[in-house]
Design a protein around this ligand. Sequence first.
Ligand SMILES: [Fe+2]
Length: 387
Amino acid sequence: MIATLNLPRVLRVGGGSSSDLPLVLAQLGIKRPLVVTDPFVRSCGFFDHICGSISSLLSEDAIFSECVPDPTTDSVRAGLLHLDAASYDGLIAIGGGSAMDTAKAMAAMQGLPEPMRQYKVPYSLDRGLPIVAIPTTAGTGSEATRFAVITDTETQEKMLWVGLALMPVAALVDFELTMQMPYRLTADTGLDTLCHALEAFVSRKSNGFTDPIALAAMRAVVQFLPRACADPSDREAREAMMLAANQGGVAFANASVTLIHGMSRPIGAHYHVPHGMSNAMLLPAVTEWSIDGAPAKYAHAARHMGFADSTSRDAVACSALVEGLHRLCQDLSVPSPQSYGINRDDWVDSLQLMAEQALASGSPVNNPRIPTQDEIVILYERAWTAT
Ligand SMILES: [Fe+2]
């Protein structure tokens, strides 16, 4: 099998790497950047510091800070209006997945005709303005992927967009920007990383390049995420989680996510559950159901994460994996859809549509065990009360 790998041209990983922005912009020849962020990040001290370092390049109005959580076609349109107002030659995304995905959509959409929904997968957005990504959460890995998730304002569908235009040309991965992340955000984004890594590892598109990266990321999450949640100032844990998040992004960008992400996006779209949390709601149940498709790989992952010892048989290691994932989700207070407060009747009414949208995203066909629409409905029901 030939593995096709896409990566940013520049990755600078480590504490303080966001200070390299002027150098990286000069290397890339970007002279008139637009900064894309959200109101919260704009209020953070580090944001002023980063923008101050490139003040000579920032024209008046060169900051667009109206990114919203779970970016929509409407919010991207607002960004495009801002982008069209001046002749910018690149975008700097500073923030979590939402800011990065907004910048990606803006970079790729500039000059393209509406409606935006025509650009969801399988369309490939390959040309656009260069993007420099500076993540401020440890989770999405979006700085290293050629994907964006944009919600269609009219239909509420979480569309997956793909293409080389969505891949940042450079990413500055600086864990020091994550030190202020609150507990819930740390837990949810960290569990998103675990799903990226585990899904990439068992994906039908997994390969020799992504497997070791995925394994390293998942082991780091199990070891360091509880520490980062328990003590936000734990620098070693924050650093390990930031690296894991980036590795998780590299892994799934080049091996695909699978059924968890496929089923998670509709939950996020219909019930506004944060992305990492909706993944985690599904993680134990979907993993348990999928094990039959690749028991040796799931067992290997379980041993590598320390859920099972190195001499355990596959069946034992796989059971330990499901148990370990349940325990991790419980330790990090992940709610079930029920305890999150989703209305039971709404949930039941939406199951067929969510299952249809999960399949349409294309991710479930990469799962080691490929589900039918009815099986996805059953899995949603299994996840209703349990994490
Ligand atoms: Fe994700």
